[in-house]
Design a protein around this ligand. Structure first.
Ligand code: M6R
Length: 610
């Protein structure tokens, strides 16, 4: 979603801000801007559209400044245009604010400020911030105090950075509900909404917590809460490299991330399988393992692809632990006054760890006394830090907006959690060992499926002009059908629906004709015969069929139009294999349509607003 970067030091901040903003492009945005301070003067440059356009504008200005802030905006209040782009400023144009999040009481604040004579020129909620801060400056407060006092009047979420011509030795930054980090350099410091924006300059990172406000000078910083309590902040050393973030020779991040899956799922299980005991070892859950196994009920709260992983998790947990498990859309869960009982454990699954709805549902659940456990990919993210305990998926940075490797890593972690609980309950060591063995073979099997890339690209060529798609699967592969359909629609803009295959005859079958491709996930398992009947139903209505099937299945080719043959595994782990061809199919169709695969329209990588 929106991105923040700020610099103070001895160097020219302009290229640093632009490079930082480029690093944040993957989050999705519609406009960009920077404000820089120099010689008690300032300059602001903004535009609608890409950071590269902003860079072009800046080239002719030859700005040099040691202090500046930059922003990429994803519109929430007010259309995407240059006026609404950040930074926003006060009437004297000497104070600049960039803001991620939403000021919920901006209408009230705006009315109050208008009564004091402040004029508003944008449609944004964020514009109240520079005027509010300005109102406190006019009462003789310092910049720090003015920001602090302002934030006490603000309801909603924010990650902000503020600079002021009259105090040109500092950036003030604060967060509540929107991520923000401080990067520590040599005679230079940075602020950013995401470490990737500043990783080429420093690996020394301070994570801001909700309610923190910092003063950042070029050679030191100080931290308080917005309620003015002194706080100590710890400096963390980041191990992630820039290479990990780059495309690594692939034409898109999405393809790179699909291809990385043998390695990413291996990383997710590395050191966590206890082969001899047929169970798993998850350091982050050690303190809560007994309570987890004793849960009366498990709830999984998540959004999008993470929700689909959660649905696979439900099948896993109920089959092997016999603990009733419910999967909830975080956005529904947070508002519907859910029943949370003593003995309930709630998992919050999120790649980014910043999804607003998932984070809010976590806070609500904690408030009601549930054991709240996070399954996150981004280390140090809000959900990871707010949870009582949790497990990192270790998929590595996922830049493509369409989630791929994060999904398979979430499935690995869910299977490890299932093993952990099941072995404490009813699962025998023999069964535990066989699942553990099969899990360890998954990376090689994924690598084998990835070799089908060219074949899948050919299938994509045939279907790239289709207007609709149906994805059908049963049991563990029903959530995979949902995920396959989501992948296709989000990057190719082709309408696609996922269904449990047997549900087809209760409605969707009416859509089937020769123009309706149906993707069946049909490995040889206990539901195979039933899914073959569903395939026949589509075939009888001249629907075109693509089947993801087992290598050993020689019969299915006779019925369907295209078959993608994958290795076998046990049912609980099948989604880790069946989803791979669907990711590749969606990817190739979108590329063939000439679409922006990594940054599809209207979507953001991390949905940090409601
Ligand atoms: O970061 P999260 O896992 O919490 O994100 C949840 C969804 O926004 C995300 O999975 C979204 O559906 C992806 N674009 C799917 O590819």
């Amino acid at each position: 979603m929106c991105g923040i970067v700020g610099y103070i030091g001895d160097k020219n901040c302009v290229p640093i801000l632009i490079n930082g903003l480029k690093r944040l492009e993957y989050r999705g945005y519609d406009s960009a801007g920077i404000a820089v301070i120099f010689d008690h003067n300032s300059q602001i440059v903004k535009n609608k559209g890409k950071v590269s356009l902003l860079e072009d504008k800046l080239e002719s200005l030859h700005l040099f400044s040691n202090l500046g802030i930059g922003h990429t905006r994803w519109a929430t209040h007010g259309i995407p245009n240059e006026l609404n782009a950040h930074p926003h400023f006060n009437s004297e144009k000497n104070l600049y604010v960039i803001h991620n999040g939403i000021i919920e009481n901006y209408q009230t604040l705006k009315k109050g400020l208008q009564k004091l004579g402040y004029e508003f020129i944008t449609q944004t909620d964020s514009e109240v911030l520079p005027h509010l801060i300005d109102s406190f400056l006019k009462k003789g407060n310092s910049l720090f105090k003015s920001v602090q006092l302002s934030l006490n009047e603000v309801e909603g979420t924010y990650g902000i950075a503020v600079v002021y011509e009259k105090e040109p030795d500092k950036i003030i930054a604060a967060r509540k509900g929107s991520p923000l980090v401080l990067g520590i350099g040599e005679n230079e410091n940075f602020v950013a909404s995401d470490v990737s924006a500043i990783l080429s300059h420093t690996k020394q990172i301070v994570y801001l917590e909700d309610g923190d406000i910092i003063q950042v000078f070029k050679d030191h910083f100080s931290a308080k809460t917005i309620l003015d309590k002194d706080i100590e902040k710890e400096i963390h050393e980041i191990t992630m490299t820039l290479d990990e973030i780059d495309k690594g020779g692939y034409s898109h991040f999405m393809l790179k991330e699909i291809m990385e899956q043998p390695e990413s799922v291996r990383n997710s299980m590395r050191g966590r399988i206890l082969f001899d005991e047929g169970t798993s070892k998850l350091g982050g859950l050690e303190n809560v393992a007994e309570a987890l196994a004793a849960s009366n009920r498990i709830i999984i709260s998540a959004c999008g692809t993470s929700w689909h992983a959660g649905l696979v998790g439900k099948y896993m947990l109920e089959q092997f632990t016999r603990i009733p498990t419910e999967v909830e859309y975080a956005s529904e869960f947070r508002y519907r006054n859910p029943i949370i009982n003593k003995g309930d454990t709630i998992f919050f699954i999120s790649q980014s760890g910043e999804t607003a709805d998932t984070l809010a549902s976590l806070k609500e659940s904690k408030m009601r006394g549930a054991l709240a456990l996070g399954i996150c990919n981004v280390v140090g993210s809000s959900i990871a830090r707010e949870s009582n305990a949790g497990v990192y998926t270790h998929a590595g940075p996922e830049i493509g907006v369409a989630s791929t490797k994060a999904f398979t890593s979430q499935l690995v972690v869910l299977s490890l959690i299932t093993l952990l609980i099941a072995r404490k309950k009813y699962m025998s060591i023999v069964d535990g060992k066989s699942i553990a063995e099969e899990l360890s073979k998954i990376p090689d099997k994924i690598a084998e499926i990835l070799k089908l890339n060219d074949q899948i690209e050919e299938i994509a060529e045939v279907f790239k002009e289709a207007k609709n798609f149906l994805y059908l699967g049963r049991g563990y592969n029903f959530p995979v059908a949902l995920e396959g359909a989501l992948k296709l629609k989000e990057i190719s803009y082709i309408h696609a629906e996922g269904y449990p295959a047997a549900e087809m005859k209760h409605g969707p079958i009416a859509l089937i004709d020769e123009n309706m491709p149906a993707v069946f996930i049909a490995p040889k398992d206990s539901t195979y015969d039933k899914i073959i009947s569903n395939i026949q139903e589509v075939k009888a209505r001249r629907g075109k069929i693509i089947a993801v099937a087992s290598q050993c299945d020689n019969e299915i080719d006779k019925i369907v139009d295209y078959t993608i043959k994958i290795p076998d595994t046990i049912r609980i782990l099948m989604p880790l294999l069946t989803v791979i061809p669907l990711q590749l199919l969606a990817y190739h169709i979108a590329v063939k349509k000439g679409l922006n695969v990594d940054q599809p329209r209207n979507l953001a990588k991390s949905v940090t607003v409601e």
